[in-house]
Design a binder for this molecule. Structure first.
Ligand code: ADP
Ligand code: ADP
Length: 235
């Protein structure tokens, strides 16, 4: 696979605690990468560093050039550059919190498209198309607060994918769903990301989620201790 993200010696501490103690990770285009590990092992911190949400204290994260985006050294970008990257090149699906509960499904998705530079008419058309694809045709004009957890996560997927991101970052995207709904939402997430050749990076506690990803990286105490793409990383 061509490389999309290269992370070297990514280090982050909060007060005296090392959340990440020198992580090296190369992520391929079209890969679905599950990040697993015990609570507090650094999964979310790693995801936030890779996505340019927070800056590591040390190390370097580079984005390879694609037909959608220029090469970027994420760690040396200013906040404005990282914001543009998050809006235009990356997509985010979290357990909750990214959708605006008072807005309708279609407005939530269209807003993300407009923040990435689309005009209102195009944004609305693309939002409708993604929501249709995700089986939400009957719920376009419902507010997020009126939807079930599984429906809301489908809206979150549409919101993340409406800009056709090169990399989608998901943090426990199915953590609040029952196992059947979780499986359906994961199917939609995989098909809408790796299904069009883009990359999915997903933090999860759920072995069922990891089992459906192409690669699993395990963290412990801020270090990678296993990587299904390599043999015996820990030794
Ligand atoms: P995980 O996602 O694996 O549960 P995190 O990346 O959230 O782990 O956290 C790794 C470590 O960093 C933990 O010890 C956590 O308490 C600490 N940490 C994470 N974020 C912060 C923060 N904003 N302030 C202080 N400590 C933090
Ligand atoms: P907005 O302007 O929509 O509030 P930003 O432009 O700051 O968001 O960031 C773009 C995207 O990056 C957000 O829509 C969100 O998905 C993600 N993001 C930004 N900051 C955070 C954060 N602290 N935690 C999680 N995700 C974030």
């Amino acid at each position: 696979l061509p490389t999309i993200i290269t992370a070297g010696n990514v280090t982050k501490h909060f007060n005296q605690t090392y959340a990440l103690a020198g992580v090296d990770l190369t992520i391929g285009l079209g890969e679905s990468l599950a990040i697993m590990g015990p609570s507090g092992s650094g999964k979310t911190t790693l995801l936030h560093c890779l996505a340019g949400i927070i800056s590591p204290d040390d190390g370097r994260i580079r984005l390879a050039p694609t037909d959608r985006s220029a090469a970027a050294d994420i760690t040396s970008l200013k906040e404005s550059g990282r914001t543009a990257l998050r809006r235009e090149v990356f997509g985010f699906v979290f357990q909750q919190g990214l959708l605006l509960p008072e807005l309708t499904a279609v407005d939530n998705v269209a807003l993300a498209a407009m923040l990435a530079g689309m005009n209102r008419a195009d944004a609305t058309a693309h939002a409708r198309a993604w929501l249709d694809r995700l089986g939400l045709t009957e719920h376009l004009n419902k507010r997020i607060g009126q939807l079930s957890g599984g429906q809301a996560q489908r809206v979150a997927i549409a919101r993340a994918q409406v800009t056709q991101p090169v990399v989608t970052f998901a943090d426990e995207p199915t953590g609040a769903l029952d196992s059947r709904t979780s499986s359906e939402v994961l199917t939609e997430l995989l098909s809408s990301t790796t299904g069009r050749g883009s990359t999915l990076v997903v933090v999860t506690h759920d072995e069922n989620v990891a089992a459906r990803c192409s690669r699993v990286v395990r963290l412990a105490d801020g270090r990678i201790v296993a990587d299904s793409a390599m043999q015996d990383v820990a030794h």
